[in-house]
Design a protein around this ligand. Structure first.
Ligand SMILES: Cc1ncc(C[n+]2csc(CCOP(=O)(O)OP(=O)(O)O)c2C)c(N)n1
Ligand SMILES: [Mg+2]
Length: 558
C-alpha cells in the first residue's frame, strides 16, 4: 500500500484539513461515502465515537458543542445516512449550535446509484447550510470556510462530498489553508452607548419590583457576577432561562428557572414583577410561559442583538445593546442605591425551603412520586457530576435540582424532540473526559435510541442513566386523559430496563426503595462505567405544566 504521505488521496487531505481545524472528537457512523475519510481522521489522532444511529452522531455533537463552546463534528454516509439527520439538524439549528457534518454524496461518475438523493434541499429545509464540494482542489478552503460559517452563524453546516471524488489521487502540490480560528475577528466586548444606558437606567429607577433574568448569552459573556450585582443594587431577584439554570444557584434571592418549569415561588414573584431585565436571553416563548409568567412586567433586554418580537410575541419593550457583562456592569453603576424592600429574610427562607410544586398526590403503592425521586437524587448525587437533561413530562421534575451550578448542567430542548438524552450524555461524556455524567430520561425517550447503550459500553463512557419510568408516553397520556380520550396508544407497561441494560453489558438496577440510592451512588462512584437505573413512578402525579394546560385533569382523575 502506498503511504498517504507519498501519494495522498483526496480523503487524506480532507482529513488533514479537519485535524488542522482543531477537531479532536468526531461522532461517526460509517458507510461507503465517509469510511475512508473517517478512518484517516482516526489515524491522524482524532478521537472517534462510533455510534449506532446517525441521528445520535449529530445529537451527540450538539451536546459536545454546547459543553466545549467549540464546534461539534460528525460524519455520516450519503443517502440513508444523511436522511437519518432530519430531527437532529433542526434541533441544532434551533439551539444555535455550531456543527460541521461531513456527509458523503453519491458518486458523480455513475448514471445511477441506489443511495442517491438530492441532499441539499433536505438539509436546507432544516435550517442548516449545505455545501456540495465537487472540485477537489477547492475542498480544503471550502472545509475551512465551513468551520468559519458554523462559528459565525452558529448553526450546522453539512458538507456533501461525492465519494468517487474523495477516492481520487490528490493532484498536484498541497498546502493547508490558514485555519478558521486564525481568521476570526479579534474583537473586544461591546460597551453600551451612553444615551441608551441613560434611558435604561431611567426605566429601572422607575420600577419597583425587578427581576434580573440571565440566559446563555450571559453565561457565555461570564456576566454572572455582574447580574448578581445589578439585582443587588436594585433590590431585585434573580432568575435564569432553563438552558442557563444554575448560574446563580447559591444566591439566596435566585428564583431558579423562569419559564414553564418555574417553581410556585418563582411564579408568584414573577407575577409581582413590574420589570424583567433580560440579559443574554433569546426571549423564547417558553421562557415567559407564553406571556403568563410576568403579566404586569415590562421587559428591558440587554443583548448584542436586541429584538422585539420573538417566537410570535412582543417579548421586549426596551433595549440596551451591549455585551451582557459590560451592559449589566454599566447599568449597575448608573443606578442609585435603594433600600431592600422586596429582598427580605422571609422571602429568602421561602425560596430556600418551599417545594417547587406543593400539590398533594397519592401515588399507587410500590410506585414513587417523581418529586420524591428527584429530591433523593439531588441529595445523593455528588456535586461535581455532570447532569444532562432530556425530554418528556418527567423533565419538569428533573429541572428542580437547585443546588448545582451552571457548569454541571446541560439542557437542550429547543426543538422539543424526545429520544436525545442518550446522545446528549455521550456528547457530554466526550466533552468532559474524567467526569461522571448522569442523564435523566423518560422510558419512552430512552427506548427511542436505546441501541446507544452499546456505544456507551464499547467506548467506556462514564454515564449513569436515571429513568423516571411511568410505563408510558406520560405527556401524551395526561393530555389524552384530560380530553376524555383513550390513552391506549401511549401506555406500554414497564419493560425491565435494568435487564435490558445488563444485556448491553452495562449495569442495571430497578430502584424500588429510594433509601437505597446513597448506597447505589457510592458503588457507582467507586466502579465507574455505565448503568441504567430504572425508577418506577406513578402516572397519577401531574406536573404543574400539565395542570395549567388542562385545569380539569386532577378532578377528572378522582
Ligand atoms: C421525536 C418525537 N416524537 C414524538 C414526540 C411527542 N412526545 C412528546 S413527550 C412524549 C413522551 C415521552 O415519554 P417518556 O420519555 O417516557 O417521558 P414521560 O413523558 O413519560 O415522562 C412524546 C411521545 C416528540 N416530542 N418527539
Ligand atoms: Mg414515560
Amino acid at each position: 500500500m502506498t503511504s498517504p504521505e507519498a501519494a495522498p488521496k483526496v480523503f487524506d487531505i480532507l482529513a488533514r484539513v479537519f485535524r488542522q481545524e482543531g477537531v479532536e472528537t468526531c461522532f461517526a457512523l460509517l458507510g461507503d461515502a465517509n469510511m475512508n475519510f473517517a478512518t484517516r481522521l482516526a489515524e491522524q489522532g482524532c478521537r472517534m465515537i462510533y455510534v449506532r444511529h446517525e441521528h445520535c452522531a449529530v445529537a451527540a455533537a450538539m451536546a459536545y458543542a454546547r459543553k466545549t463552546s467549540d464546534i461539534g463534528v460528525a460524519t455520516v454516509t450519503c443517502g440513508p445516512g444523511l436522511t437519518q439527520l432530519m430531527t437532529a439538524l433542526p434541533a441544532a439549528v434551533r439551539a444555535r449550535l455550531p456543527l460541521v457534518v461531513f456527509a458523503g454524496e453519491a458518486p458523480l461518475k455513475s448514471s445511477w446509484y441506489n443511495q442517491a438523493i438530492d441532499q441539499a434541499p433536505l438539509v436546507t429545509a432544516t435550517g442548516a447550510a449545505y455545501h456540495a464540494l465537487h472540485l477537489p482542489e477547492r475542498m480544503p478552503v471550502a472545509i475551512r470556510d465551513a468551520f468559519l460559517q458554523a462559528r459565525r452563524e452558529r448553526r450546522p453546516v453539512v458538507l456533501g462530498v461525492p465519494f468517487d471524488l474523495q477516492n481520487r489521487a490528490w493532484a498536484g502540490d498541497f498546502a493547508l489553508p490558514e485555519p478558521s480560528a486564525a481568521l476570526l475577528p479579534k474583537l473586544s466586548a461591546v460597551p453600551p452607548n451612553p444615551d441608551d444606558l441613560a434611558r435604561a437606567a431611567e426605566m429601572v429607577t422607575g420600577a419597583r419590583r425587578i427581576v434580573v433574568m440571565a440566559g446563555l448569552g450571559a453565561a457565555e459573556a461570564r456576566a454572572g457576577a455582574a447580574c448578581r450585582a445589578l439585582a443587588d443594587r436594585c433590590d431585585g431577584l434573580l432568575a435564569t432561562t432553563l438552558p442557563a439554570r444554575g448560574l446563580f444557584h447559591d444566591d439566596p434571592f435566585c428564583l431558579g428557572v423562569a419559564g414553564g418549569f418555574s417553581s410556585d415561588t418563582a411564579r408568584d414573584c414573577l407575577a409581582e414583577a413590574d420589570l424583567v431585565i433580560a440579559i443574554g436571553c433569546s426571549l423564547a416563548r417558553h421562557n415567559a410561559d407564553g406571556g403568563a409568567l410576568w403579566p404586569d412586567a415590562k421587559v428591558l433586554q440587554i443583548d448584542l442583538d436586541p429584538i422585539t418580537i420573538s417566537q410570535g410575541r412582543i417579548a421586549a419593550d426596551a433595549h440596551l445593546r451591549a455585551d451582557a457583562r459590560l451592559g449589566a456592569e454599566a447599568l449597575t453603576q448608573a443606578l442609585p442605591a435603594r433600600p431592600a424592600t422586596w429582598r427580605s429574610a422571609a422571602l429568602a427562607e421561602r425560596i430556600r425551603t418551599a417545594p417547587a410544586d406543593g400539590s398533594a398526590f397519592a401515588p399507587e403503592p410500590g410506585l414513587h412520586d417523581p418529586r420524591d425521586v428527584v429530591a433523593a437524587l439531588e441529595a445523593a448525587l455528588p456535586a461535581d457530576w455532570q447532569m444532562v437533561n432530556s425530554s418528556g413530562h418527567c423533565s419538569y421534575y428533573f429541572a428542580h435540582m437547585p443546588s448545582r451550578p451552571f457548569e454541571r448542567f446541560l439542557t437542550i430542548r429547543e426543538f422539543g424532540a424526545i429520544g436525545n438524552g442518550i446522545s446528549f450524555a455521550m456528547g457530554a461524556a466526550a466533552a468532559c473526559p474524567g467526569d461522571t455524567v448522569v442523564m435523566f430520561d423518560g422510558d419512552g425517550s430512552l427506548l427511542m435510541h436505546v441501541q446507544e447503550l452499546e456505544t456507551i459500553r464499547r467506548h467506556g463512557l462514564n454515564v449513569l442513566i436515571v429513568v423516571l419510568n411511568d410505563g408510558a408516553y406520560g405527556s401524551e397520556i395526561h393530555k389524552l386523559r384530560a380530553e376524555g380520550l383513550s390513552d391506549a396508544g401511549a401506555v406500554f407497561g414497564r419493560p425491565d430496563l435494568a435487564a435490558i441494560a445488563r444485556g448491553f453489558g452495562i449495569g442495571g438496577e430497578t430502584v424500588t426503595d429510594l433509601d437505597a440510592l446513597p448506597g447505589l451512588v457510592e458503588d457507582f462512584a467507586r466502579t465507574g462505567g455505565a448503568a441504567v437505573w430504572d425508577v418506577p413512578i406513578s402516572d397519577r402525579v401531574y406536573s404543574p405544566v400539565i395542570r395549567r394546560a388542562h385545569p380539569g385533569i386532577v378532578s377528572a382523575m378522582k
